[in-house]
Design a protein around this ligand. Structure first.
Ligand SMILES: [Fe+2]
Ligand SMILES: [Fe+2]
Length: 183
């Protein structure tokens, strides 16, 4: 698998988790929502979608695109970075609301829902843009040897998130939650 294929495959897992999140949060009876599952999803977003996946983009792919002359500011890379930050802000707010809910504030649920649903919409659009615009641009722009060697760079950007642990733990979580929520 080349670097772009690795990133697209990770998008597939993130999109599956987004579908699960939307199904959980739009349940008719909100009192029956399993908060443990919501917390596991937030953990997946922070560790797999953000640390494991977005760091590959930020520390390796976007850097290589800049090295080939694509500016960071005022272009697609700047937009993608801004969206990563927007996502982080939604997740931070969702986490704060989960903490409030656990302290007994039932009104916090609507904030959890709002922030996670906003995150799902943001990331769905973000992934569409990367799969259909940014990654094809990268495939055209980057020399063949760079495209091949980026997967080595991915391993370095993921030193704090070892492949075997992450892939096993988080892909299993997606599969487990899918078997519960996706009919
Ligand atoms: Fe991204
Ligand atoms: Fe991405």
């Amino acid at each position: 698998m080349n670097a772009i294929e690795i990133l697209v495959k990770e998008h597939d897992s993130i999109l599956q988790m987004i579908e699960i999140t939307q199904l959980i949060l739009t349940a008719e009876d909100e009192t029956k929502i399993n908060l443990n599952h919501v917390e596991e999803i937030v953990d997946f977003i922070k560790k797999f979608a953000d640390k494991y996946h977005h760091l590959k983009e930020e520390d390796v792919l976007f850097m290589e695109m800049e090295r080939q002359g694509m500016p960071r500011q005022g272009g697609p890379i700047g937009v993608m970075l801004h969206e990563h930050d927007e996502g982080r802000a939604y997740i931070k707010l969702a986490e704060e609301s989960i903490a409030k809910l656990k302290l007994g504030d039932r009104t916090a649920f609507s904030q959890i829902k709002e922030n996670l649903m906003n995150y799902c919409t943001l990331l769905t659009n973000h992934i569409f843009k990367e799969n259909n615009i940014l990654y094809p641009m990268a495939a055209q722009l980057l020399p063949h040897d760079v495209l091949e060697s980026m997967s080595v760079g991915f391993k370095e950007s993921n030193l704090s998130t070892p492949d075997n642990e992450y892939v096993t733990k988080y892909l299993k979580l997606v599969a487990d939650l899918r078997s519960i929520y996706v009919k």
